[in-house]
Design a protein around this ligand. Structure first.
Ligand code: ZN
Length: 245
């Protein structure tokens, strides 16, 4: 335990941990007088503060906090404004900043023209059309990348689906059904590719052991831990895209 400048023991505050399912890292604060576990948001430092009775194990407290992911997501949408799909907004798509534009007399089907995503038709249908366009683009890119990695790994994939699970970028069931978050289309392409390489590697290994890691690295061909860190850093912002109107 570090000792502070005046010689007293520090409060034992630890570096924040990143936990799957929680959008912000979590700082643990065991407290001698705490009677129960309590979670709050530290907006300025973009982290969660978990207070818990000192006698309780960290593991127990962390397990409880991880179960609060939906509450955390709800709080985050309150404190952090969304970035709705409105004409004039700029959103990241495949690593580029794309501006959204609307004119009533343009075709209703969104079209990417250079750095502009344009869409016509009734103004009130604009946001929905943009989101459907991005989801379809995500499905296309994710299906392509999945097919490529699956053939590289010599495995079969039963299906590829795209959704918006709040806590995960991808998942792979034991029968070969892969699910991804459509927001991966908002990331630079190598991050989408890493998530796909990760899930396809689960077609061979359903754990995260050494065999899995070797296959994941071989399929991806890039720096896995750098990609994971990049995606973790981008995540909170990407979850706000298309929300709040
Ligand atoms: Zn995994």
């Amino acid at each position: 335990m570090p000792v502070s400048w005046n010689g007293t023991l520090s409060t034992g505050r630890s570096e924040p941990l990143s936990l799957a399912g929680l959008a912000w890292p979590i700082e643990l604060r065991p407290h001698p007088r705490a009677r129960a576990m309590r979670l709050r948001l530290d907006e300025a430092r973009e982290r969660l503060i978990l207070t818990f009775p000192r006698r309780m194990s960290r593991r127990t407290a962390l397990n409880w906090a991880q179960g609060q992911s939906e509450w955390v997501d709800r709080q985050l949408t309150l404190v952090q404004p969304g970035e709705p799909f409105v004409p004039g907004a700029a959103i990241p798509v495949e690593g580029r900043m794309i501006r959204l534009e609307w004119r009533q007399d343009w075709p209703r089907r969104p079209e990417m023209v250079g750095e502009v995503l344009r869409c016509g038709g009734p103004r009130e249908a604009f946001a929905g059309r943009i989101e459907r366009f991005l989801r379809a683009l995500a499905r296309t890119r994710l299906s392509e990348a999945t097919a490529d990695y699956a053939s590289l790994a010599g495995v079969a994939v039963k299906s590829v689906a795209v959704g918006d699970a709040s806590s995960r970028w991808g998942s792979c069931s034991s029968d070969g059904a892969l699910r991804y978050n459509w927001r991966l289309i908002l990331t630079p392409p190598h991050l989408l590719q890493w998530v796909v390489a990760h899930e396809v590697a689960h077609r061979v290994h359903m754990d995260h052991g050494p065999g899995f890691k070797a296959l994941e690295a071989r399929l991806f061909g890039g720096n896995v831990s750098a990609a994971r860190a990049e995606l973790r850093a981008l995540g909170p912002r990407l979850k706000r895209v298309g929300r709040g109107l």
